[in-house]
Ligand binder design. Structure first.
Ligand SMILES: *[C@@H]1O[C@H](CO)[C@@H](O)[C@H](O)[C@H]1NC(C)=O
Ligand SMILES: *[C@@H]1O[C@H](CO)[C@@H](O)[C@H](O)[C@H]1NC(C)=O
Ligand SMILES: *[C@@H]1O[C@H](CO)[C@@H](O)[C@H](O)[C@H]1NC(C)=O
Ligand SMILES: *[C@@H]1O[C@H](CO)[C@@H](O)[C@H](O)[C@H]1NC(C)=O
Ligand SMILES: *[C@@H]1O[C@H](CO)[C@@H](O)[C@H](O)[C@H]1NC(C)=O
Ligand SMILES: *[C@@H]1O[C@H](CO)[C@@H](O)[C@H](O)[C@H]1NC(C)=O
Ligand SMILES: *[C@@H]1O[C@H](CO)[C@@H](O)[C@H](O)[C@H]1NC(C)=O
Length: 452
């Protein structure tokens, strides 16, 4: 109390003692106060700058160390941009199947889009290795707007599609089956391939553990590859996708899920390395985009290769009367594609009981569609195939078989098909199976006969 009074008296005394001197002092105090404020302001902004720049350095350093440099590049690319959300730039990404399927199942609840949406057709190639007929496809897509189509390639793990950057297939390969040991990352071969500027892996969101390791230690990929070649690492999942097994049906669903990430994809067509287009792009595009039906073959085969593959353990969820068969080469709309990637119940039943000598890729989609989405299914495929040889495999057409008449008979079929409830002579848009040596004569015919 007392000290406070003393202080007040002193200060008060200062001003009262000599009025003129007080005025001078007041001016002095005022000037130094203003000066102080100015200096303070300047220095504080400097300090702020200094600290923030340091903080940034520390932050980016840490991000760089932790994420192997992916994070700051990501910021430059604006990961939350509408563009990267709506149409991912690269087909490769770092999501696990579980994450991918969940993302693919998203459906906007608003009917209107905040951008001009041009519907796209997703061409999904399911292949073991190379695409020998790629030059024909390149010609098919040549000059077409990228706003109308997108391409996805699913090859066997370890196979890397090698195309130049001018190709429509450039960077269109998706992650195939991931190794079991490291669930969170694409195969090392694929992660390793992302070394160039365009980045094979998704930069935004970051890859999995292996991906980070590969980015930080450039030789890790080759080290792991070597270890694997030497048999030091054993990964059950790195063995081949068994054609006709569940993993083939897995590959189809994975392709669908990847293609669903692009919100403009409205129709989804599954193709193989031996498939060719028999009409030009615009005809195919109009046919598929304009169709009210899905094209998935689905029929009841009472024989041993049909009903004979049904397991009674699928009851009561899937009854024998629900069981259908059909070619795996489907063409679906977006709504149905989302239903298929979101289905875990029926797919799990197939995984459990459609084995062995039961081929999920020939039964899962035909049965599932028949059970829930039958009315708008055309029950036919748009991919021609010749089973007339009655073997376990359809006919393969080589160089000798390729004539104008043959291709024309696929294009215009005398047996009429239904399209949007009307008859049409165009039953098939694609055809299989064509051998690699059929390429030259097909390229010869494409402009005169097929219109591309
Ligand atoms: C990719 O193809 C080019 C030319 O066709 C070739 O030089 C290159 O070695 C190939 N790369 C791989 C990884 O196969
Ligand atoms: C494509 O690759 C060539 C070299 O192979 C390069 O000169 C060119 O800039 C690349 N183009 C694009 C668009 O990346
Ligand atoms: C296809 O089969 C379903 C039954 O699964 C049926 O409802 C539908 O009408 C058939 N579609 C056509 C075009 O006949
Ligand atoms: C897609 O196919 C499903 C199943 O047949 C149907 O219910 C749906 O209306 C179709 N959607 C569009 C947009 O055509
Ligand atoms: C026409 O289509 C029918 C039914 O899809 C098929 O059985 C037949 O082989 C086709 N004909 C030709 C010449 O391709
Ligand atoms: C449509 O085709 C069927 C046979 O596939 C035929 O019976 C029918 O008359 C055709 N309809 C028209 C309007 O041509
Ligand atoms: C291309 O077609 C022409 C005539 O249409 C034929 O003379 C020529 O042999 C064909 N070439 C090939 C490689 O099939």
């Amino acid at each position: 109390m007392r000290s406070k009074g003393e202080l007040e008296g002193k200060i008060g005394g200062c001003f009262i003692k000599d009025p003129s001197l007080g005025l001078l002092r007041m001016l002095y105090v005022l000037i130094s106060f203003v000066l102080g404020v100015v200096v303070g302001l300047i220095s504080s902004s400097h300090i702020e700058q200094y600290f923030s720049s340091h903080a940034e350095a520390i932050y980016t350093n840490r991000a760089f160390v932790a994420l192997g440099g992916t994070f700051d590049r990501c910021e430059v690319e604006d990961c939350l941009s509408m563009e990267s959300f709506l149409q991912p730039k690269y087909a490769m990404h770092g999501m696990s199947d579980e994450e991918l399927f969940w993302r693919a199942s998203m459906v906007p609840q608003m009917a209107e889009y905040p951008y001009k949406k041009v519907p796209k057709v997703a061409f999904m190639f399911l292949t073991r290795g190379p695409l020998p007929l790629m030059p024909l496809w390149e010609r098919f897509f040549h000059g077409q707007s990228e706003k109308q189509f997108s391409i996805y390639v699913h090859a066997l793990p370890g196979y890397e599609l090698n195309v130049t950057n001018t190709s429509v297939f450039y960077k269109r390969q998706i992650s195939s089956k991931w190794r079991s040991g490291v669930e969170q990352g694409p195969s090392v071969e694929q992660m390793g391939s992302g070394g160039d500027d365009s980045g094979g892996i998704a930069r935004c969101g970051g890859g999995g553990f292996v991906g980070l390791m590969v980015e930080m230690v450039p030789h890790m990929a080759s080290f792991l590859k070597l270890a694997e070649d030497l048999g030091l690492l054993v990964h059950a999942d790195l063995t081949n996708v068994e054609w006709g097994s569940v993993s083939l049906a897995d590959a189809e669903r994975r392709l669908l899920a990847n293609a669903l990430l692009d919100f403009s994809n409205e129709r989804f067509v599954l193709l193989s390395e031996s498939c060719i287009p028999v009409y030009n792009f615009q005809t195919v595009y109009k046919y598929l985009i304009g169709s009210v039906h899905n094209f998935a073959e689905s029929y009841d085969d009472p024989g041993r290769y049909g009903r004979g593959r049904y397991s009674h353990r699928m009851q009561p969820d899937i009854m024998l009367s629900d069981w259908r068969k059909g070619s795996q080469w489907f063409e679906l709309n977006r709504t149905l594609a989302i239903k298929i990637v979101s289905d875990t119940k029926y797919y799990t039943i197939f995984r459990k009981y459609c084995t062995p000598d039961c081929y999920p890729d020939e039964h899962y989609i035909p049965t599932y569609i028949h059970m829930f989405y039958g009315p708008l299914n055309a029950n036919r495929t748009v991919t021609y195939v010749d089973w007339s040889m009655w073997g376990p495999h359809p006919a393969t057409f080589g160089e000798a078989k390729i004539t104008k008449e043959f291709i024309q008979s696929i294009r215009i079929n005398k047996t009429q098909c239904m399209y949007n409830f009307k008859n049409t002579t165009i039953c098939y848009l694609f055809a299989r199976k064509f051998a690699p040596d059929a390429l030259a004569p097909l390229l010869n015919l494409s402009s005169t006969l097929m219109g591309f």
